[in-house]
Ligand binder design. Structure first.
Ligand code: G16
Length: 543
């Protein structure tokens, strides 16, 4: 077999962000760009020889081309076996499961998550390790360092392989298996949840709508909800993954999944609505006239875990990312289990999950999951909610109301300002940071500031420290105002401002979050001099 060593030059922009390397497709299409990054990943895993690598993506534009390149590079870099999803498809949680199930050394996931797809839009790649989770901070740094000094990559000069049928083949010393991307994952769901109870629910008068947004969860949701659980045909909408996601933005929130949101707030609403994102790890949960914030979703599932067979014996603990509301903490304190606050990024949950310190974890960015894999898992969250509904016989609205009555409500909203010039976004944060020493003790937006800091995290398992994870203004009444720049955008800078306030008064639990939080929203704009510096009067997206 002809293995070529190709000379190359480093690219300066291959530092992975919150979740791998995400760039415009046109950036990835530059000669050697993908190859350099893949070689940097392989070089960071010196023990790869003879081991198994899982490979697949969310089906977006450039998925197939990238997979063919990676196959040839994996062969040239001594991988012993490749497990590839048929048609090059895998959801992110399915890759995490397949890595664990087949004891692979890791996996490469091709996705830019919820970002739009197509020749003018986004592509991405990330490496997950043998625990099934995103590469650690230290491995990520190693990959980045390698990308800055790379001078050559290795690639086998062989023909493209057939990705469309399940089959096995051998190239050199590498065995290649094209496998069903759905079966193993669906089997796992069947073990975690009571499928008989869920089938009774979905085959009765109960109606649900799942919107796959033309992205990867379509085949998974069809298999789980319609085929295995017997929900009526049509329960899953937009179920065929398209290379451009149908021209949409597969981000399951009230803005980008608007048709579903409109349906759920209409007279014709089914009992339950849900959506997932481009690569299947995010989720949005809706009831008739009810939207469950991701922070509340984590708290409700933590409180109701006994409704799900796999978790009926109790949870070890729960973790949330720092900007996620503190709703789950209140539940954990009541249940007497540990709770943790990590930086943004699923990778930070990995050590806690591996050490058995937590069972559930979640993020405000529409991510919820458990120790069954090491990624957030959209369909898992939907099945978890269905389990709660089936067990309680209550509606989503009733469950939320009862939860707030018992634990209080954490009003919450995130405002995103997308595609800001980077220097303007940096200036806003610099200005805020400069004021922080004098904020404690001040009365702002009717609340007293307790502390103001830049969040730093010490991993309780390995002691590693991650600094500069977001600016926080914390108030004495538990309210919080948080500012950070997104690590997943591909154009300019995205400023995220997170607003949260805790309400215990039973008469104040049904307020509109935007109105309730308006003083904090205004304060956030003032502290960053947002309008003056950016000229923006309103956020691009509110979640
Ligand atoms: C990724 C990470 C999440 C993170 C989210 C938003 O999600 O896996 O942990 O919360 O990005 O990150 P940021 O606020 O930096 O944009 P996904 O679904 O995009 O892979």
């Amino acid at each position: 077999m002809d293995i070529a060593t190709v000379s190359t030059q480093p690219f300066a922009d291959q530092r992975p962000g919150t979740s791998g390397l995400r760039k415009k497709v046109t950036v990835f299409q530059q000669a050697h760009y993908l190859e350099n990054f893949v070689q940097a990943v392989f070089d960071a895993i010196p023990d790869r020889s003879g081991k198994t690598l899982v490979l697949g993506g969310d089906g977006r534009y450039y998925n197939r081309e990238a997979i063919q390149i990676i196959i040839k590079m994996a062969v040239a870099n001594d991988w012993g076996e490749l497990l590839i999803g048929r048609q090059g498809l895998f959801s992110t949680p399915a890759v995490s499961h397949v890595i664990r199930h087949y004891h692979a050394r890791g996996g490469l996931i091709l996705s830019a998550s919820h970002n739009p797809a197509g020749p003018e839009h986004d592509f991405g790649i990330k490496f997950n390790g043998e625990n099934g989770g995103p590469a650690s901070e230290s491995l990520t740094e190693k990959i980045w360092a390698g990308s800055k000094t790379i001078s050559a990559y290795r690639i086998a000069r062989v023909a493209d392989i057939d990705l469309d049928h399940e089959h096995d083949l051998q190239i050199g010393t590498t065995r290649i298996r094209i496998i069903d991307p759905v079966r193993d994952y669906a089997d796992m769901m069947e073990k975690l949840f009571d499928f008989s109870a869920l089938a009774r629910l979905l085959q009765g008068p109960f109606r649900m709508r799942f919107d796959a947004l033309h992205a990867i969860t379509g085949p998974y949701a069809k298999e789980v909800f319609e085929r295995r659980l017997g929900a009526p045909a049509g329960t899953v909408q937009n179920a065929v993954p398209l290379p451009d996601f149908g021209g949409g933005h597969p981000d399951p929130n009230l803005v980008y999944a608007k048709p579903l949101a409109d349906l759920m707030f209409s007279e014709q609403a089914p009992d339950f609505g849900a959506a997932s994102d481009g690569d299947g790890d995010r989720n949005m949960i809706l009831g008739h006239g009810a939207f469950v914030t991701p922070s509340d979703s984590l708290a409700v599932l933590t409180a109701q875990a006994r409704c799900i067979p796999a978790y009926a014996s109790g949870l070890h603990g729960v973790a949330r990312s720092m900007p996620t509301s503190q709703a789950a903490d209140v539940v954990a304190q009541t249940l007497g289990i540990e709770h943790f606050e990590t930086p943004t990024g699923w990778k930070f949950f990995g050590n806690l999950l591996d050490a058995g310190r937590i069972t559930f974890c979640g993020e405000e960015s529409f991510g919820t999951g458990s120790d069954h894999v090491r990624e957030k898992d959209g369909l898992w969250a939907v099945l978890a909610w269905l389990s709660v509904l089936a067990h309680s016989g209550q509606s989503v609205r009733e469950i939320l109301d009862a939860h707030w009555q018992r634990f209080g409500r954490h009003y919450y909203t995130r405002h995103d300002y997308e595609e800001l010039p980077s220097e303007i976004a940096e200036e806003m944060l610099r200005g805020l940071r400069a004021q922080m020493p004098v904020l404690p003790g001040q009365l702002l937006a009717g609340r007293e500031v307790q502390t103001a800091d830049d969040f730093s995290y010490t991993d309780p398992i390995d002691g590693s420290v991650s600094e500069h994870q977001g600016l926080r203004v914390l108030f004495t009444d538990g309210a919080r105002l948080i500012f950070r720049l997104s690590g997943t955008g591909t154009a300019g800078a995205t400023l995220r401002v997170y607003h949260e306030a805790y309400e215990r008064d039973p008469a104040q639990l049904q307020r509109d979050p935007q109105r309730y939080l308006a003083p904090l929203v205004q304060l956030g704009k003032e502290l960053t001099r947002l309008e003056t510096l950016s000229g923006r009067k309103a956020p691009t997206v509110i979640t």
